[in-house]
Write a protein that binds this ligand. Structure first.
Ligand SMILES: [Zn+2]
Length: 268
């Protein structure tokens, strides 16, 4: 069965804002059987078959654990190994149409080649922790200050969240980070599941989003952090908020009259 997923990570709230402002649907993809990283975010190795090779270095696999850059989360890196032990480095991964395309470091892979893929787990896991932390921060900023997240960029060393807020107060910001960390410390299990469109429509907060989506989108992938956040999401997340460690505020910048940019990192 084909599942449809929103590839814009940040939240219905953000999507709604984008949609209202621009009146067009954001980038949206249907995820085919290729995207097995959605089944188990903790799987590090997989086997697959080369489905397509373009210009020597751009590889489509039957299925992949490599996360393609989307929704503010950077792509995974790692290697592909052929049956005869030849190693190709995966430099970048992106969505192209309905395919996930892997850019490898040199030519040689051929259609129908069997490969083993290994993702760089250190990098991926950091992005997972950063991603779930971003959901908590978005929710706290919205609940406490009514601040809408307008964008984000996750990274390995630091991540940033842009949000709309008139006043900036460093003390308040530290307070929000403290609140976010209290959710981390509660060690809450993060739930991921699929909901039929009709059922998603009943959930407060994503009602409007679901309602304006094209009718052919039958199912939504939902990521829920019980008690704090629930979103339609196509990213990789940790299983428990305790894995985030500790959110550390790095800085807040003013980006225009109402826009603030918050940088954070994670301590173990
Ligand atoms: Zn997300």
């Amino acid at each position: 069965m084909r599942l449809y997923i929103l590839f814009v990570c940040p939240i219905p709230r953000v999507l709604l804002k984008v949609l209202y402002n621009v009146s067009v649907l954001p980038v949206m993809g249907d995820v085919t059987a290729q995207a097995i990283y959605l089944n188990d975010c903790y799987q590090k190795e997989f086997e697959s078959i080369v489905q397509e090779v373009n210009n020597g270095k751009y590889i489509v696999l039957e299925q992949t654990l490599f996360y393609p850059t989307s929704g503010g989360q950077p792509n995974d890196t790692g290697i592909l190994i052929t049956e005869d032990g030849h190693i190709y480095k995966v430099l970048a991964v992106a969505k192209s149409g309905n395919d996930i395309v892997h850019e490898v470091d040199h030519d040689g892979l051929k259609q129908a080649d069997k490969v083993k893929g290994i993702i760089d787990w250190d990098r991926r896991y950091k992005h997972m922790r950063m991603h779930t932390a971003a959901h908590i921060l978005d929710a706290v900023l919205y609940n406490e200050a009514g601040a809408l997240c307008t964008g984000n960029q996750l990274g390995y060393d630091k991540s940033r969240i842009d949000f709309a807020l008139d006043e900036f107060d460093r003390d308040k910001m530290e307070h929000y980070i403290k609140l976010a960390n209290s959710w981390v410390e509660k060690k809450i299990d993060v739930k991921t599941y699929y909901l039929p469109r009709d059922e998603a429509l009943k959930i407060p907060g994503i009602v409007k989003l679901a309602a304006i989506m094209p009718p052919e989108i039958k199912e939504l992938r939902i990521v829920e952090i019980p008690g704090i956040d629930l979103q339609a999401d196509g990213g990789t997340q940790v299983k428990n908020t305790g894995e985030i460690g500790k959110i550390v505020l790095l800085s807040v910048e003013n980006k225009g009259k109402k826009n603030r940019r918050l940088y954070y990192e994670l301590a173990e």
